[in-house]
Design a protein around this ligand. Structure first.
Ligand code: AIR
Length: 174
């Protein structure tokens, strides 16, 4: 086991966030996560690995990712969305689940599947399709041990607040 694995430290230049999706059909929704991580200067990688179509590959990937210094996993899936829970069962690094639209209740099924993890193995869950919030939460987790990133996250948020304030629909001084 290398030092990076032991300490959960960064291998210089290596990605810190892994985005795992259950299907290629999930990729368009997750573009917002990669874009947000790019804006914040956070290295990331993306894999398509279904928890039930490729369970052995998922096992190997998580072990390898931890060894390379991946610190936060973002896992997105629709339908019977077991991917975040399965990843969380195999790592003690934080897992953020993104329920995706589709299925009989257009995302409510995936939301309940992800948010209802039985006690002992948590998955932090964001709103249906909210890839942006998943990336921001990952950034905030990483920022706790990285003052420069904390400043970038704060700046990113104040830019969002400024954009809201500059929106002409808010110009009536409310
Ligand atoms: N899925 C794939 N394997 C496990 C799950 N939960 C999900 C994908 C996608 C949906 O099933 O995350 O949202 C449909 O996948 P596909 O490949 O049929 O388009």
């Amino acid at each position: 086991m290398n030092a990076a694995t032991d300490a959960g430290a960064t291998v210089p230049g290596s990605p810190r966030v892994a985005i795992v999706v259950g299907s290629r059909s999930d990729l368009p929704t997750m573009e917002a996560a990669t874009q947000t991580l790019d804006e914040l200067g956070i290295g990331h990688e993306l894999r398509v690995i279904s928890a039930h179509r490729a369970p052995d590959l998922l096992d190997r990937y998580i072990a390898d990712a931890e060894g390379r210094g991946i610190t936060v996993f973002i896992a997105a899936a629709g339908l019977a969305a077991h991917l975040p829970g399965v990843i969380a069962s195999k790592t003690t690094r934080p897992v953020i689940g993104v329920p995706l639209k589709g299925g009989v209740s257009d995302g409510l099924d995936a939301l309940l599947s992800i948010v209802q993890m039985p006690k002992g193995v948590p998955v932090a869950t964001v709103g249906v399709g909210n890839a942006t919030n998943a990336a921001l939460l990952a950034a905030q987790i990483l920022a706790q041990a990285d003052p420069e990133l904390r400043a970038r996250v704060a700046e990113h948020r104040s830019r969002g607040a400024q954009a809201a304030a500059d929106d002409p629909t808010n110009a009536d001084g409310v």
